[in-house]
Write a protein that binds this ligand. Structure first.
Ligand code: PRT
Ligand code: MG
Length: 214
């Protein structure tokens, strides 16, 4: 494609990207929440959006199926960022990666005793690095969603998951015991596209940079 293709996921990333797109003079012609289209046009004939699963965004950009994309730091850390240029922290879709345990599980005591902790998570890379750096022994259990359930049914002692309002943890009687890192979404750009389509991409990157809210 001679124009540029931007990969986005539905939901919070799409919503929070709209003002950044507007700053670059880009207005989508459909809303992915109501439309079933996976390729969405914009007011600019040379710019289109592709709607992908959040965890798939780096894959599309890495392979050049999209020239650029917006992905959570959580997704980038798990996926790896080989072949991806990451020029901007967009400061959107903010949350934190945390450790949470069921009520009654004494996390600090388990850590102090050097006990083995069973941790359920979708974020095995982040979790492995975090507990290794602390010298905590963990058995990681890979899940693909609804991590909050695992401690409630005895699958795990703890979870590593994203927390934003804390409402999901509260509703499931879980307690946040440690923040691992703050999370926000990043602009990612295919490195070959950056060279070959610089005249198209550079103004978009600059407009996004100028529209980032602190
Ligand atoms: O939903 P789907 O399975 O398709 O994919 P996804 O969950 O990866 O995508 P999506 O669109 O839900 O999230 C996209 C990105 O938004 C993530 O990669 C994060 O970088 C970012 N983000 C910001 C969040 C949250 N906040 C968030 N709160 N992603 C997920 N959550 C979930 C969290 O996992 C937990 O289940 O919301 C729940 C906690 O929210 P609170 O408000 O109850 O604390
Ligand atoms: Mg989700």
């Amino acid at each position: 494609m001679s124009g540029i293709t931007l990969a986005l996921s539905k939901g919070r990333i799409f919503e929070e990207t709209l003002p950044l797109l507007a700053a670059a003079g880009i207005v989508p012609t459909d809303n992915p929440e109501s439309s079933r289209k996976l390729i969405i046009g914009t007011n600019r004939p040379d710019v289109r959006l592709v709607i992908v699963r959040a965890t798939d965004t780096p894959t599309y950009v890495q392979h050049g199926a999209a020239d650029l994309g917006i992905a959570g730091k959580d997704v980038l850390l798990e996926h790896g960022s080989e072949g991806l240029y990451q020029p901007l922290d967009l400061n959107i879709a903010k949350c934190r990666m945390s450790v949470a345990v069921r009520a009654g599980f004494d996390y600090q005591d388990a850590v102090r005793r050097g006990a083995r902790i069973r941790v359920a998570t979708k974020y095995t890379t982040v979790a492995r690095d975090h507990f290794a750096a602390k010298g905590v022994h963990v058995d990681l259990i890979k899940l693909y969603g609804s991590m909050e359930l695992a401690p409630l049914v005895g699958l795990a002692d703890a979870i590593v998951d994203l927390v934003s309002t804390g409402g999901t943890l509260r509703a499931n009687n879980l307690h946040e015991v440690e923040e691992i890192m703050p999370i926000s979404s990043r602009l990612i750009v295919n490195q070959a596209s950056l060279k070959l389509k610089r005249e198209l991409l550079q103004p978009v990157i600059e407009a996004f940079a100028g529209a980032i809210k602190p």
